[in-house]
Design a protein. Structure first.
Length: 460
């Protein structure tokens, strides 16, 4: 195993707090940081990367002086932010609203950017959009997560770039003076480059021997995400609001579907995912820069641990392996792509994590690795090709598919089902199978454009 990998740093980077869909938050974060930097307010999580801004402070800045905001963004982020509700807005959605509302938010909140929005601030954000102050430009040539935002006021011109992941602010310029400029190598996380040097044996070893700090981060994710499910369920029930997860619960109660740990996992994940997409103010912990994937990586294993008690340490380790594999896939498929991340990232990771959790500890290490390999390959043989058609309530449906397929793949692997390595895109080495997913993802630029066109045509 490559001993240089910073394991605690990895989990601290990729398991973070988020509220609402991460794509609108990423857009809003650029405008929030830009307008606050002009006022001399730099969030603590970014401050150590910045030059001195004291000479730039304009305490008199106000939104009446705003001329325009131009947001250029990659096609996948654009697609995901189009039709998902922003938290605490009463149902507002759209890239333009995310940019407008970001001006009114505290950038210290990072990916929980919209958690403190008030009704008056939402009203002001609507006014900015109604006045056509916000211009959104999808850029189809950019193949990874990328935002370039310009804020123009009567007296100032601010440019902010985000590259590589949702909160990776890589460039800030105010009135022609560069405040922050990261080198190309700094624009993407080094952790993923370290991760893909490892083999499956290494990844399982990391999960088995997690440092205490990493275990605490994962335990926090377990507690936070299960609490999010309970909050979402309560919100749906209190509002007498129809939900996919609760509909499945009703089907199990009425014996149209069996009541078991598999359906319980699907119900709870779907409820939490749909709650996020509905704009409920749910604090969750992410996986591979996604809140929905964070929910998929934790809740099913919690339910499985209730049915097959293997101990709290093994639950944490299994979720750790889920995160490692999900991020391994992300390195090859891209942070966002035309393929559904809930399926190809969290789903594949979950299949590995479930298998790890259910394996008998006395089983020889090599046989354990083979079982996990079979689970990954079975998942890839089954679900590769499911598209992402934007963040919305149907993410709950895809989360159900991810959980169901992951559990079935794991149980087949534990029953010594074949690894499918002679078929399709599957390779004997499951990590090569994952690389093949990356090749497919990279070839789907036209798919992205068709998906976006169909979404936009619904507004005509």
């Amino acid at each position: 195993m490559d001993k240089t990998m910073n394991i605690d740093g990895f989990f601290q980077k990729f398991i973070t707090k988020s509220m609402g869909c991460t794509e609108p938050a990423a857009i809003g974060l650029t405008t929030s940081i830009g307008i606050n930097a002009l006022e001399g307010k730099i969030p603590s999580w970014l401050n150590n990367e910045l030059l001195n801004t004291a000479h730039l402070i304009d305490k008199n800045i106000n939104l009446n002086s705003l001329s325009e905001i131009i947001v250029r963004l990659d096609k996948d982020l654009y697609r995901n932010a189009l039709k998902v509700i922003i938290p605490n807005t009463g149902g507002i959605m759209g890239c333009d609203y995310a940019a407008a509302l970001g001006l009114l938010c505290d950038p210290e909140n990072k990916m929980e950017l919209f958690k403190d929005l008030t009704a008056d601030e939402v009203k002001l954000g609507k006014t900015l959009v109604d006045k056509k102050k916000i211009k959104i430009i999808p850029t189809y040539e950019w193949n990874d997560l990328h935002i370039e935002t310009e804020i123009v006021t009567d007296n100032h011109h601010i440019i902010i770039h985000t590259v590589g992941d949702h909160s990776n602010i890589s460039y800030i310029m105010i009135d022609g003076r560069i405040i922050l400029e990261k080198k190309l190598i700094e624009k993407k996380s080094p952790y993923l480059d370290e991760l893909i040097k490892l083999n499956l044996f290494d990844l399982v070893s990391i999960a088995k021997n997690l440092p205490d700090k990493s275990r605490k981060i994962i335990q926090d994710a377990i507690d936070t995400n299960y609490k999010a499910f309970k909050s979402a369920r309560k919100e749906f029930e209190n509002n007498n609001q129809k939900s996919i997860g609760l509909s499945i619960k009703e089907l199990t109660d009425n014996e149209y579907l069996p009541s078991n740990y598999i359906n319980s996992a699907k119900i709870k994940v779907a409820c939490a995912v749909e709650g996020r997409m509905a704009g409920f103010p749910l604090e969750i912990m992410t996986c591979a820069n996604s809140g929905n994937m964070g929910l998929i990586s934790t809740i099913p294993l919690i339910e499985i641990s209730k049915r097959f008690s293997m101990g709290g340490d093994k639950l944490v380790e299994a979720i750790g392996l889920t995160h490692l594999l999900a991020n391994f896939v992300s390195k090859y498929s891209g942070n966002l792509s035309a393929l559904c991340g809930c399926i190809i990232k969290a789903g594949i990771g979950l299949a590995a994590g479930i298998t790890y959790y259910l394996l008998e500890p006395e089983k020889p290490k090599q046989l354990q690795i083979k079982a996990i390999s079979r689970a990954i390959n079975s998942m890839i043989a089954n679900i590769t090709g499911i598209i992402c058609d934007g963040a919305n309530k149907t993410c709950a449906l895809k989360s159900i598919t991810a959980v169901d397929s992951a559990i079935i793949s794991s149980l087949l692997a534990l029953d010594n089902q074949e690894d499918f390595s002679s078929l399709g895109i599957v390779n004997k080495d499951p990590l090569v199978s994952i690389k093949n997913i990356g090749k497919i993802s990279a070839s789907m630029k036209n798919t992205d454009e068709i998906i976006i066109k169909e979404i936009l045509d619904k507004n005509l």
